[in-house]
Design a protein around this ligand. Structure first.
Ligand SMILES: N[C@@H](CCC(=O)N[C@@H](CS)C(=O)NCC(=O)O)C(=O)O
Length: 208
């Protein structure tokens, strides 16, 4: 299997999942600016031009991070990072995955793109204020739901924690202070100390 990624992007989430499951995998970095990678034109691998993309063992490409993580978990079917098919715990994790994909991940995008999307500083600041407020509301909810639990669904680290962790690492790039949410701050510190997370971050050059 090969994961196409860009360092620190949302592809870090399935990367963490592969490391957590101790899978055999290769990595290939993608330059998201010009859509190139060592194999050449990244659009030929993923027409959407976005990471993550997973080349599965049969050579087919699977895209959409939330689905790649489910696919990876089911390859091992250990019931750890994702509970087994048909269980209530599995749906609880998938509920979080959808929330993170649609309400967290995608609310960061305009914060990253505002400066090169809008000409006037006023418009840039307005967009940033709207999406910072949207994320603030979601972070308030997350901090309350996380409570004193180690992870989103309790004490078991799941694919949803890998995804949430990845998104929360972006707060430092968009001027959001994670220490305003003690539970989220502790969560990020806890996850960042997991050996598989450290391995994935090292492989992406994010830490030494
Ligand atoms: N719907 C995709 C979106 C992935 C996505 O937003 N990837 C970003 C990096 S975090 C990206 O590749 N952006 C560059 C682009 O789309 O051109 C998914 O959930 O996997």
């Amino acid at each position: 299997m090969k994961l196409y990624y860009s360092p620190g992007s949302c592809a870090l989430a399935p990367h963490i999942v592969m490391a957590e499951l101790n899978m055999m995998y290769e990595l290939e970095a993608v330059n998201l600016k010009d859509k190139t990678c060592a194999s050449g034109d990244f659009y030929k691998i993923n027409m959407k031009g976005s990471v993550p993309a997973l080349k599965m063992d049969n050579g087919d490409i699977l895209t959409e991070g939330a689905i790649i993580s489910q696919y990876l978990a089911d390859q091992k079917n250990e019931g750890t990072v994702l509970a087994k098919f048909g269980t209530a715990d599995r749906f609880r994790t998938l509920e979080w995955m959808n929330f993170i994909a649609t309400d967290i991940h995608k609310n960061f995008a305009p914060l990253f793109s505002a400066d090169h999307t809008y000409k006037s500083t006023e418009a840039q600041n307005e967009v940033k204020a709207v999406y910072t407020k949207a994320l603030t509301d979601k972070f308030n909810f997350l901090a309350e739901k996380l409570g004193q639990n180690d992870y989103l669904t309790g004490n078991q680290f799941t694919i949803a924690d890998a995804y949430l962790f990845t998104c929360l690492t972006w707060t430092k790039y968009v001027g959001m202070e994670l220490s305003n949410w003690a539970n989220l701050n502790t969560f990020v510190k806890r996850v960042s100390q997991r050996p598989a997370v450290m391995r994935a971050m090292k492989e992406e050059g994010l830490i030494k």
